[in-house]
Design a protein around this ligand. Structure first.
Ligand code: SF4
Length: 479
């Protein structure tokens, strides 16, 4: 019996692939450390094929619109936020917002990803008016907007009859029942104004011993999960995310997914009208960020990574992860050194996410941070969706690498991987199946005009109709 056979038998992998058994926390850790990458991909792909079939892989045409970059949080991985008094701090006006949506509609887009910082100067009426105006002019466009940190800031500062306010970032001072009631009122108002679903931004890593060093002032894990739970109860579908490859231990990544799987179980068991629809993970991008200035762990080192050492102590119950002093005393180096994720590592985690998150419909591949070819490879490691044809991205691009692909290239990548590309909507319904000669990629006669482009750091809209003045990344089109 091979090593893989022994592992597969011990973890009951055949049953996991068939959806008849679950990986435990310990199983997932063991998979991470012992499974060959190829086998992980093979198993994760089998799960994706069971759920999504063997023929079609999807993408969506949407546009990231970051309506404000003013934010009270101090995330150490963020190069996007501004305090509000800088020259380049902004809140977009209605004309700019609507021009961006009109450009999206012109290329066949169906959705906007509308997110901003935790801006304490914007009352809830600002959000309601923004949503109503968008819906009035673009009723067909799905608004996927406002991740849990923005909702959490509204719980702090929004003036709503019958509810108290707090200083920005201080919503945690409210009693839990008041916090939840106010949050529910906010979500209801945003839904009434036109919000269609809530993206899972701001998830990063939930574990408190990591989060207090990476997401200072933003929604705690408990608040993040509570916002999503209330969304599911109220009928607003959501997505979930994980940003890894920084100070966290491997066990922290599994813990993150465990909390999401448990929350999804709760939504399913209660038969709530909505739930998490998708999960996407990506590695931390370090440029221009405080976290990125930390020294980097040498993966060839004989010394264990401090983040792993602390995580093991926390999950073994030896250290209270909520107690900063105890964590600092137990592993002083934890949080002071980063371990970046390679492409190999990214594919490994994505495959494990597909195997572990057995109650999630879709796993997305993150070509935005990993590049087109690794994004394409993700389709063999459990991903069933290539995410978005992205016209604009501001947050990750401010921290370094992002890419911008047009529809022709994205369709080609999916077809080149052996699948038929299909444009989907937010709920993963197929809108257009590209199985004829009129498919976007099949109409292309000169691929030199369709090279992927690097997003400019100020995120000049990367419209496929615009001349390519940026340096093309290396992308081989196999026709
Ligand atoms: S990641 Fe989001 S919440 Fe954190 S500082 Fe940046 S804009 Fe603010």
């Amino acid at each position: 019996m091979t090593r893989t056979d022994t592992l597969a038998q011990a973890l009951n992998i055949d049953a996991v692939v068939e959806g008849k058994a679950r990986l435990s926390f310990a199983d997932a850790l063991r998979l991470y450390h012992e499974a060959p990458l190829h086998d992980l991909g093979r198993w994760a792909n089998a799960v994706a094929e069971r759920i999504h079939g063997t023929e079609v892989r999807t993408y969506v045409i949407d546009r990231n619109i970051n309506y404000t970059n003013v934010c009270t949080a101090r995330c150490t991985f963020c190069a996007f936020k501004r305090r509000g008094d800088e020259d380049d701090a902004y809140t977009l006006d209605r004309e700019t917002l609507h021009r961006k949506i009109a450009e999206l509609v012109a290329i066949g887009g169906t959705q906007i990803l509308l997110q901003g910082g935790m801006n304490p100067d914007l009352p809830i009426e600002f959000y309601e008016e923004m949503l109503r105006a968008m819906k009035a002019d673009f009723p067909q466009v799905h608004i996927h907007g406002f991740s849990p940190p923005e909702i959490t800031e509204l719980v702090a500062i929004a003036e709503i009859d019958g509810f108290p306010t707090t200083a920005p970032r201080r919503s945690g001072e409210l009693p839990q029942d008041v916090w939840e009631a106010k949050c529910e009122a906010i979500i209801k108002r945003l839904m009434a104004a036109g919000l269609d679903s809530l993206p899972g931004g701001g998830g990063e890593i939930f574990a408190d011993h990591v989060r207090r060093r990476t997401g200072q002032g933003k929604a705690s894990a408990e608040h993040w999960l509570t916002v999503m739970r209330l969304c599911h109860k109220l009928g607003l579908h959501t997505s979930a995310t994980m940003m890894f490859g920084h100070i966290e231990g491997i066990a922290d990544r599994i813990d993150h997914m465990q909390r999401l799987r448990d929350a999804q179980d709760q939504a399913i068991n209660h038969n709530w009208p909505a739930r998490y629809v998708s999960f996407i993970s990506w590695p931390f991008q370090r440029e221009n960020t405080p976290l990125g200035r930390l020294p980097e762990y040498d993966v060839e080192s004989d010394e264990p990574f401090a983040g792993d050492v602390l995580a093991e102590k926390v999950y073994a119950g030896e250290v209270d992860g909520m107690a900063k002093a105890a964590c600092d005393a137990a592993v002083p180096e934890a949080g002071k050194i980063v371990r970046r994720a390679s492409a190999n590592e990214y594919l490994r985690m994505q495959a494990i996410s597909r195997l572990f998150l057995d109650n999630f419909h879709s796993i997305g591949s993150s070509w935005v941070t990993m590049g087109p070819k690794i994004g394409q490879m993700g389709l063999y490691f459990g991903a069933s969706d290539m995410g978005s044809v992205m016209m604009e991205e501001n947050v990750v691009s401010a921290a370094g690498t992002t890419y911008c692909l047009n529809e022709e290239v994205l369709c080609h990548l999916i077809r080149d991987a052996g699948y038929t590309p299909a444009q989907r909507d937010n709920r993963y319904n197929v809108i257009k199946l590209h199985n004829t000669n009129t498919a976007p990629d099949r109409k292309v006669t000169d691929w030199s005009q369709h090279r992927a482009k690097k997003l400019h750091i100020e995120s000049t809209p990367c419209d496929s109709n615009e001349p390519d003045n940026n340096t093309p990344i290396t992308l081989t089109i196999n026709r």
